[in-house]
Design a protein around this ligand. Structure first.
Ligand SMILES: Cc1cc2nc3c(=O)[nH]c(=O)nc-3n(C[C@H](O)[C@H](O)[C@H](O)COP(=O)(O)O)c2cc1C
Length: 220
């Protein structure tokens, strides 16, 4: 069974894909849209969101105590719960994540059960710089891991992003385009395995001789 046939047999997974930039011509929004199309091409369901759907006033514990949770935080919580995992494309501001992204994460972290806990995440960034915003992702990783998110080891940072896209929104460099797709697909395989085959390796050990379904080989 080849990779395409395996993809066609993927068990259903749903991914929230959101851009953390509010800018109209955002490079990170372009990268998030490209990720959305790759999720759909590889038999996943993508729920695309723009940061303005999650925008919140600055976190204030006094407001929280009066029960005034901003709509943006409720929206992000609901979208996290409605999906199996999430992808964030985030700009790097001053070697860290943007303040508005940290702000909505702080608001959402106050819900119980805490919605980031045990959710799988893939992080990506785009920047005109030579390092592609990668330091911002490391700061984002620390916060999300603190909240119990399972942050995928491979992150994708697109350097010189202002020159990287075709007018149709694809990456013009074929090596980078292949790397981006394989990064997204590897993440999807993990999300599928975590959702549908949580005991698969144990089962292989317990029932020696039972041949695994080729679809489940993705667990490896
Ligand atoms: C306040 C501010 C700080 C920035 N700091 C960095 C930085 O530390 N590293 C970097 O690569 N780019 C930095 N940039 C440039 C952004 O990467 C660039 O504006 C990028 O296009 C923003 O992402 P977007 O296109 O998705 O809005 C900064 C931009 C702003 C406005």
């Amino acid at each position: 069974m080849n990779t395409q046939e395996q993809t066609n047999q993927r068990e259903p997974i749903r991914l929230l894909v959101f851009t953390a930039s509010l800018r109209n011509d955002s490079l990170n929004t372009r990268l998030a849209k490209l990720a959305t199309s790759i999720v759909e091409k590889n038999a996943g369901k993508a729920d695309f969101a723009n940061m303005n759907e999650f925008d919140c006033p600055s976190y204030n514990q006094d407001s929280e105590l009066t029960g005034a949770v901003p709509k943006g935080a409720e929206q992000l919580r609901n979208r996290l719960l409605a999906n199996d995992a999430f992808i964030i494309a985030s700009p790097e501001y001053n070697a860290s994540m943007p303040g508005n992204l940290k702000n909505v994460i702080d608001w959402v972290s106050r819900f119980r059960p805490q919605p980031f806990n045990e959710r799988h995440a893939l992080l990506m960034s785009a920047s005109p710089s030579m390092v592609g915003g990668n330091r911002g992702l490391w700061s984002l990783r620390i916060t999300l891991e603190h909240l119990g998110a399972r942050v995928f080891p491979d992150m994708f940072s697109l350097a010189t992003a202002h020159q990287a896209f075709s007018p149709e929104g694809y990456l013009t460099n074929t090596t980078l385009a292949e790397r981006f797709e394989s990064n997204v697909v590897a993440f999807m395989n993990l999300v599928e395995a975590a959702k549908h085959y949580p005991c698969i390796k144990k089962a292989w050990v317990e029932f020696l001789g039972e041949r695994p379904d080729p679809v489940t080989e993705r667990v490896e």
